[in-house]
Design a protein around this ligand. Structure first.
Ligand code: NAD
Length: 483
């Protein structure tokens, strides 16, 4: 299968034109649910990236660069509406490409439409300010686009990450070059075809699939790129930041996490339970904001771990089309990594474990969701990002101990606090080193309106919400001496 509905998966999209990659080569496309090769995608390389950056610069010098913020917003809104008419198609494509259960894939498509709606509405609402200065002066600030923005996206939530990053960049008038992940680039191509249909001018968004080492590295090193938005692993994030430093351009890094949920004795356990488990097993644990550590105060520890264990026991991993709790992992390599982590917990107590569906193909990349209990906070399973459906339960006695454990990893992306004590909620919200804190809920990646990003090894810069519009723009100060 080469043709996917309304776009061609084997091509790249540059300057409003679908074309073959410069090197004429393809990369294999695999369905994680059965391990089968189901086609191929373009293998974009440095010459394609170069052409895409030139097309983006041309767009900035032309119709796109001159367009009013109001009109940019209208186009984004139309893109969102078109995405909204294709939710089931997009979900099917993502389910096949990423192995994501259909309902979860559809939620990603809904989020993509919502990002376009949000940033469409926001495009003409970012303003500068006037600044009181010396007598005889008028001083004001202008928010301007960076110019060409590079977007490197991972395979776990292609639609959501494209929505939050490309949506905000386009709203501010940047021209984008998007390099989706080689494991999952179909919805990026589907999306840009819809953007074209909605009237996005040529060159405003260019999509070049390809490997990280080739297309990704070429994009981050390109001297014509004025801002880089990267979502992915810590290791590649460091490479991207080094490349950006060479060209002295700003970079937003959205890296991994080891996000805790902290449950106190007075918490509403019935309300907490679905969030505690769901925030880990969603997308088979392949979520940067997965809540992989549950810190539980001793008074409710045994009861809550037992209840969570029952939930885990019921978790089924199955092909995406079966729309079970979990789909497969993205690749054989990811399965190997996650299985290694599960084995590293052989000395620990398993409080609950799901199973792989009997009908799941042997060549699919399935693992069982597993809850480990009584895990020491310094154990590998409690410290390292696993990117699989493995959760650890850690007991604590005091608030101080909970804060120390929560802050005791290299990461800081998301946290949640479950307690009815308002003062404690405020103290912990302040004390936990993280980009987002949820109180008596857990937002995971959701919340288009909510600024999102990390501290520590989770990265820096913020995407989502209005905050992203500041990140995707630069501030110019104008000081006029009129006497
Ligand atoms: P990855 O870092 O291997 O790949 C991410 C993207 O970077 C892909 O498009 C890849 O092609 C590209 N890439 C790879 N090498 C590159 C290079 N040398 N130069 C430029 N680009 C390169 O990550 P992954 O395995 O695809 O995704 C999993 C990781 O991403 C996890 O660690 C996860 O925590 C993180 N992640 C973070 C967030 C977030 O918002 N914080 C969201 C999703 C995923």
């Amino acid at each position: 299968m080469q043709k996917h509905l309304w776009y061609d998966a084997t091509q790249i999209y540059i300057g409003g034109v679908w074309k073959s990659p410069a090197g004429g080569q393809q990369l294999p496309l695999q369905n994680p649910s059965n391990g089968q090769e189901i086609g191929s995608i373009a293998r974009g390389t440095a010459p394609d990236i170069d052409e895409a950056v030139t097309a983006a610069q041309t767009a900035l010098d032309g119709e796109w660069g001159r367009m009013s913020a109001l009109e940019r917003g209208r186009i984004l809104t139309r893109i969102g509406q078109l995405v909204g008419t294709r939710l089931d198609d997009l979900a099917m494509i993502e389910a096949m490409d990423v192995g994501k259960p259909l309902t979860q894939a559809k939620n990603d498509a809904i989020a993509l439409a919502r990002y376009m709606e949000f940033y469409g509405g926001a495009a003409d609402k970012i303003m500068g300010e006037t600044i009181p200065y010396l007598d005889g002066y008028t001083v004001y600030t202008l928010r301007e686009p960076h110019g060409v923005t590079g977007h490197i996206v991972p395979w776990n939530y292609p639609m959501q990450i494209i929505g939050r990053s490309v949506g905000a960049a386009l709203a501010m008038g940047n021209a984008c070059v998007l390099k989706p992940a080689e494991e999952a680039c179909l919805t990026a191509l589907a999306f840009v075809a819809l953007a074209e249909e909605a009237g996005l001018p040529p060159g405003a968004l260019n999509v070049v699939p390809g490997s990280g080492e080739e297309a990704g590295a070429a994009l981050t090193a390109h001297p014509g790129v004025n801002h880089i938005s990267f979502t992915g692993s810590v290791g590649v994030g460091k490479l991207v930041q080094k490349a950006a430093a060479e060209n002295v351009v700003p970079v937003t890094l959205e890296l991994g996490g080891k996000s805790p949920q902290i449950v106190f004795d007075d918490a509403d356990l019935d309300a907490a339970l679905p969030f505690l488990v769901g925030a880990c097993i969603q997308n088979a644990g392949q979520t940067c904001s997965a809540s992989s550590r549950i810190l539980i105060q001793r008074g409710v520890y045994d009861e809550l771990v037992a209840r969570m264990g029952v939930s885990f026991d019921g978790m089924i991993s199955a092909p995406a089309q079966m729309d079970a709790n979990l789909g497969p992992l993205i690749s054989a390599r990811q399965k190997e990594i996650v299985t290694g982590y599960t084995e590293s917990g052989n000395d620990l107590r398993i409080a609950g474990q799901g199973r792989v569906h009997d009908d799941a193909p042997d060549d699919g990349h399935y693992v069982a969701a597993t809850l480990f209990a009584d895990v020491p906070p310094d154990h590998k399973l409690a410290q390292e990002e696993i990117f699989g459906p493995i959760q650890v339960a850690i007991p604590f006695d005091t608030e101080e101990e909970a804060i120390a454990i929560a802050n005791g990893t290299d990461f800081g992306l998301v946290a949640s606090i479950w307690t009815k004590d308002g003062a404690r909620q405020m103290r912990l919200a302040k004390s936990i080193r993280t980009g987002q804190v949820f109180i008596n809920n857990y937002g995971a990646g959701g919340g288009v309106e909510l600024p999102f990003g990390g501290t520590g090894k989770s990265g820096h810069g913020r995407e989502k919400g209005f905050e992203a519009l500041y990140g995707f723009s630069t501030l110019k100060t104008v000081a006029a001496n009129h006497g």
